[in-house]
Write a protein that binds this ligand. Structure first.
Ligand code: FNR
Length: 383
């Protein structure tokens, strides 16, 4: 099958990846209510069809945080992407570069910062999870700076991981089953022939390149959630932005803001941007969708910092909807993770090309010549 839509990439990834890995990408927390809302609420928004406008000139280009981009989109940080394809983060970073958009590397990526920076020829944006060991955090930020990363995406919605039932069932999360209970099931889950060769036998199978020194490698992958629970810092509060600033002179973007009060607090704390996000429905299940939270937040703080959003973006049309509701850009998580699992860099490039073409088509059919001018007038107010 030649993939046309994001759901096609999802299907290809489902066929190719071990079940455990696919479920980790695809799933959300608890009953996956918010995960479903992210998509359903996006679908429910009605664009306004306009005709007979000269659309010969069209621009999807933007500059965010001082970086010119071919379209208002960045690849969201996605943990363990090196398990979805060989040296997966490098493949994704290369695809992003080819498409002219930023790639954001997760703290819990498989490929380390240095490998991604070199492999793609462009430094990635870097996503920070705050670990308890501040000395180690300082080292990590220094490494990101050495690689040339400018934009720091500080994820603030995971002081504690939400339970993902699919990960408990697959054995990826050992918390419910008890220590060590998952080891055999991990190996059962990971033995799909094509994937095993590509990622494990043909690749370098080390785990968590960025935090390698902080992770007991002997346990490594088997105890992912246990390690996160033990090492992530839930004391992090607003004053921590000052700590981050001491180690980082580039733009700081807070990812995981869903409430207007928190967005205002982010302005007071001096953030350069926020990502309106519920972690793709993977944290507090039952909260509203990102797209539903976006308009009020953008109205409140859009003049003070750069507002991005993620969650439920599954087409170029969705990008335009988010822009119309006040975002300056979007991030995509599952979309690129599925494409990586479906077939690596070429598939991600193809998917990004499709998103851009869809965005352009949506612009032409709504009469929007420049993404920078997208606003509520692109939406059907009656719906
Ligand atoms: C994520 N997300 C995430 N966020 C983050 O800040 N650090 C991380 O390591 C991860 N890891 C991760 C893994 C996987 C498999 C997924 C699907 C997501 C959240 C991600 O950055 C983003 O917020 C959501 O994926 C956006 O929702 P969509 O695009 O997946 O609907």
């Amino acid at each position: 099958m030649l993939p046309a839509s994001i759901s096609d990439y999802r299907e290809l990834a489902r066929r190719r990846l071990p079940r455990m890995i696919f479920d980790y990408i695809d799933g959300g927390s608890y009953a996956e209510v918010t995960l479903a809302r992210n998509v359903a609420d996006m679908e429910a928004i009605a664009l306004r069809q306009r005709v007979m406008k000269d659309m010969s000139r069209l621009s999807t280009a933007v500059t965010l945080f001082g970086e010119p981009m071919a379209m208002p989109l960045a690849l969201a940080p996605v943990g363990m992407a090196g398990m979805y394809g060989r040296r997966g983060e490098v493949q994704a970073a290369r695809a992003a570069k080819a498409a002219g958009v930023p790639f954001c590397l997760s703290t819990v990526g498989i490929c380390p910062l240095e490998e991604v920076g070199q492999g793609a020829g462009t430094p990635p944006w870097f996503q920070l999870y705050m670990l308890k060991d501040r000395g180690y955090m300082r080292e990590l930020l220094a490494r990101a700076k050495d690689v040339g990363s400018r934009v720091l995406v500080f994820t603030v919605d995971l002081p504690v991981p939400g339970t993902r039932y699919r990960d408990v069932r697959s054995g990826l999360s050992s918390r419910a089953a008890g220590p060590g209970a998952n080891v055999n099931r991990v190996w059962q889950g990971l033995t799909r022939p094509g994937w095993l060769w590509d990622v494990y036998l043909n690749g370098r199978p080390h785990v968590f390149g960025n935090v390698a020194k902080a992770v007991p490698q002997a346990k490594g992958f088997n105890d992912f959630w246990g390690w996160i629970g033990a090492n992530f810092d839930r004391t992090v509060a607003w004053k921590e932005i000052d700590w981050v600033r001491e180690s980082w002179d580039g733009p700081v973007v807070l990812k995981g803001v869903l409430d207007v009060e928190d967005a205002r607090e982010a302005v007071r704390a001096g953030a350069d941007g926020i990502v309106v996000s519920n972690h793709g429905g993977r944290q507090l299940d039952g909260v509203k969708s990102s797209i539903a939270a976006l308009p009020r937040i953008a109205d409140a703080v859009g003049g003070d910092l750069t507002v991005l959003m993620d969650g439920g973006v599954r087409s170029g049309l969705d990008i335009l909807k988010a822009l119309a509701l006040g975002a300056k850009g979007v991030m995509i998580g599952r979309a690129w993770a599925y494409a990586l699992g479906a077939g690596g860099q070429p598939m991600i490039e193809r998917m990004l090309g499709t998103l851009r073409a869809e965005l352009a088509t949506a612009m032409i059919l709504t009469g929007c010549t420049d993404v920078q001018h997208a606003d509520k007038t692109l939406l059907d107010a009656a719906v």
